[in-house]
Every structure is written in C-alpha cells, then in structure tokens.
Design a protein around this ligand. Structure first.
Ligand code: NAP
Length: 273
C-alpha cells in the first residue's frame, strides 16, 4: 500500500465505481492514509459494505451515493450529497466497455459508454477541479486503460472514450500546475477485477496475465504522489508498450477479444446492474 498526504488530498476523497474492483481498492488504500471517503456507484448495498469495512479497519468516515452516472442530473445529486464536505481528492474511475463488432452494437449502447466513460469524467473533473483550485491544493486521478490511444478492435468505441480521458488528463496536468492540484491518468493493464468476466475474456489465453488489483492501485497512488501526468501499471506492461509496435498490439488484442465473443454478440448485461 502507498500512503498519500492527508493535508494535501484530504480530509475527504470521492471515488466513483467504488462498489467493485479498482474503485473499491482505491477507496480502501485512500482510507488507509486516514482520508474519509465518499463512495459512488449504483449498487448501494455493496457501497455500504465497502464503507463499513473501511470505517472499521481504518477509523475513517464514509458516505455512499447510489447513482447511475449516465443519468441526467448525476452531478447535481453528487453535489447535493457532498456540498458540506472539503473534498481534496477525486478518483474518477467508474467505467466499462462492450466488446463486440461495432456495426452490430446498438447506438444507444455506444452512447451509454460515451456518457459513462467521457461525460462523467469531464463533468466531475470540471466541478471538483474548480473547488480544488480555489483551495490551492488537491488531486485528481482519472482511470483510463492501457493501449486505448492506439485503438482496440472489437472495443473501438470503448478504447476511443479512454483515449479522451488520457488526453484530457494530460492537458490538464500541465494546466493545473499553477493551482496546486495534482492530475494523474492511470492506465491499467489487465487487472484482476470482475470486468474481465463481464467482457467474457478467457484469462488463460490473454497475452498479458492480469495483475493484482492492490498493486494496480498502489502504483496509481504513487504516481499521484509524484504528480506524474500518466502511469501505465505493471512493469511488464510498460516494457511491452515500449517495445511492441502498436500495429502488432492492435492485431493481438483484436484476435484475443474476437475469440471471447460469442457469435459477435455484444455483452451488455453488466450495463444494467
Ligand atoms: N480491470 C481491468 O483489466 C481494466 C483494464 C483497463 C481499464 N480498466 C478501467 O478501470 C475502471 C474500473 O474497472 P474495474 O476493472 O474495477 O471494473 P468493475 O469491477 O466492473 O468496476 C466498475 C465500477 O464502475 C461502476 N459503474 C459501472 N457503470 C456505472 C454507472 N452507470 N453508474 C455508476 N457506476 C457505474 C460499477 O458500479 P455499479 O455496478 O455498482 O454501478 C463498479 O463499481 C474502469 O474505468 C475500467 O475501464 C480496467
């Protein structure tokens, strides 16, 4: 676990997608540094369980906000539940994708992904970025994905939304220097979370083995501490990304995802929890 500065990033942090996987682990590791945490996702019972666990283990306070981040008015709901809190850290992590042939995916589904993976990050970053700049200190972590900027076949829309996140964060990293707000884009490589099952990936055939979620998050927080613009998790992932031309990576990813698809049907069940 990596500890973060409570004075700069506290007293409260907000973590989206905190009911599962990478977001849940961010909430845990941030709480371990003594920050109180606002937990955001749709499944309220899971958020409550995460909150009770971190309160008991680390003696911090928590709040849960059960909200669908793709709905109009999601930001007003979050603001109403947090306006009295001094939030010094935003972990904008909630996100997903729908593997499948682009032309066979319903445009409503594609737009759902754009709302979750683009609009939510944009609005939260603008809202909490303003508040943190006024405080003169704070931090924002945007969770993107490895390889997205080069394009990923059968996840073309999903990868494109992550490319947006990466570009947004890189631009703001420079812009925020003068305001005392750290900005880091975390690019997870394959990581052991339920999303891999939801996508139908067969882990045994993946070219890169998924890494433990605790390590992914610890690397992300270390990058935030160092105020790195971007951080690709996993030494082997960084090595591969530096060495292998993106055309080859695209081909390998495309083959792997195509294998996981059954008859070209997109996997949309996880979009509606
Ligand atoms: N695991 C990997 O290999 C990997 C690789 C690259 C990038 N990532 C990125 O890492 C982030 C976290 O993914 P994960 O692996 O931790 O997956 P996960 O375990 O499926 O978690 C996804 C989280 O997002 C929340 N979420 C999804 N749709 C939502 C909505 N409409 N409104 C509010 N919350 C919503 C989910 O909560 P509810 O269902 O309770 O709403 C859940 O807490 C994502 O942005 C993902 O793209 C993961």
């Amino acid at each position: 676990m990596v500890s973060i500065d409570k004075t700069k990033f506290g007293p409260w942090a907000i973590v989206t997608g905190a009911s599962s996987g990478i977001g849940r682990e961010f909430a845990r590791q941030v709480a371990a540094s003594g920050l109180n945490v606002v937990l955001v996702a749709r499944r309220s019972s899971l958020l409550e369980a995460v909150g009770q666990d971190i309160a008991q283990e680390f003696g911090v306070d928590y709040r849960t906000i059960a909200v669908d981040l793709t709905e109009d008015g999601f930001l007003a709901k979050i603001e109403a539940a947090t306006h009295d809190l001094d939030i010094g850290l935003l972990i904008s992590n909630a996100g997903t994708g729908v593997p499948g042939e682009f032309l066979h995916i319903n445009p409503d589904v594609l737009l759902h992904i754009v709302r979750l993976n683009v609009i939510t990050h944009l609005m939260l970053t603008h809202h909490y970025g303003q508040k943190m700049a006024r405080r003169g200190r704070g931090g924002i972590v945007l969770v993107s994905a490895m390889g997205a900027t080069a394009g990923i076949p059968y996840m073309a829309n999903d990868a494109a939304t992550k490319a947006y996140i990466t570009s947004l964060g890189q631009g703001l990293h420079a812009e925020f220097q003068k305001s005392g707000v750290n900005m880091t884009v975390v690019l997870p490589g394959p990581t052991e979370t339920p999303i891999l099952d939801a996508f139908g990936f067969d882990v045994s055939t993946m070219p890169l083995k998924p890494m433990p979620v605790a390590r992914c998050v610890a690397e992300g927080l270390a990058a935030l501490n160092a105020n790195r613009a971007t951080h690709l998790t996993g030494r082997l992932n960084r090595f591969m990304a530096a060495l292998i031309p993106s055309a080859i990576t695209r081909k390998v990813n495309g083959r792997m995802i195509a294998r996981g698809l059954t008859a070209g049907q997109p996997r949309v069940a996880h979009l509606n929890q």
